[in-house]
Design a protein around this ligand. Structure first.
Ligand code: T5A
Length: 228
């Protein structure tokens, strides 16, 4: 089914998040998906976390510079939560209410994987912060890009060039392996929302996999397809 032959769902926009370890290709795939949806005349907002709103971008600078780490894992988690609260209230929810589809580079699963599984922040605290920051808002679809960590880190290093690794890129290999496992568990625990996608192929092949999942999960059934 080509996107030009789809009768797009109306009403509230759909919320699609991209997750995965470092260098798995989230930004690359979001751009490809956004281009494809825009070509089909969809209203699309591409955004990211941490960040995505003026207030949250300030917080992004703080956490990625490593300053949050100095405060300890719980306080660092609070910084991510504060950024998310601003982003959801001022950007994501208003866009969804207007019927715009929101494609977000990382969201609450990043907190569960990085701060929860790897930072050992108690699940009760993460759940409490999630209730405050996002309430009932849940992604309609979460794409989790899965890749051997060595390849992801190589990609991230090649893109960075001579720049300094950020706070999380600088973590040891074991951290990144644990991260991959944490994401696989998130996918396995919530198959209604999450799909694990093999990201170890060229960008267009991965984009094809992402498109197939989005089409099967979020686009109308063949009965509502119209010929243009
Ligand atoms: N974080 C975030 C938390 O700890 N808790 C939270 O709650 C949240 C929200 C954000 C950091 O914050 C942490 C997680 C992160 O460490 P960031 O700068 O936003 O950091 O970066 P990341 O989200 O980690 O994104 P990455 O920098 O890892 O990259 P992407 O977006 O996964 O990958 P992308 O698309 O930029 O690609 C990387 C390179 O690989 C190439 C690209 O051209 C690029 O050069 N590439 C490919 N090469 C070969 N084959 C493919 N299929 C390729 N796809 C992309």
């Amino acid at each position: 089914m080509s996107e030009s032959a789809v009768k797009w769902p109306s009403g509230r926009g759909r919320f699609v998040t991209f997750e995965g370890g470092e260098g798995t290709g989230k930004s690359t795939q979001i751009k490809k998906l956004a281009d494809r949806l825009k070509a089909a005349r969809m209203r699309i907002l591409v955004t990211r976390e941490p960040g995505g709103s003026p207030g949250a971008e300030i917080m992004r600078h703080l956490v990625l510079s490593g300053m949050g780490k100095l405060l300890g894992p719980e306080a660092e988690t609070l910084l991510f939560a504060a950024a998310r609260d601003d982003h959801v209230r001022t950007v994501i929810q208003p866009a969804l209410n207007q019927g715009t589809w929101v494609l977000c580079d990382r969201f609450a699963d990043s907190t569960r994987a990085y701060q929860g599984s790897l930072g050992r922040v108690p699940t009760a605290l993460i759940n409490a912060m999630q209730r405050v920051t996002i309430g009932d808002l849940k992604p309609d679809l979460t794409i989790i890009l899965d890749l051997p960590v060595e390849i992801g880190l190589q990609r991230a290093a090649a893109r960075r060039g001579s720049g300094t690794p950020d706070r999380f890129e600088a973590e040891k290999l074991g951290f990144h392996q644990g991260l991959r496992e944490a994401y696989r568990k998130i996918a396995a625990d919530d198959p209604a929302r999450c799909v694990l996608i093999d990201a170890n192929s060229d960008p267009d092949t991965v984009a094809g996999r992402v498109w197939t999942v989005l089409r099967d999960r979020l686009l109308p059934t063949p009965a509502s397809v119209v010929s243009l």
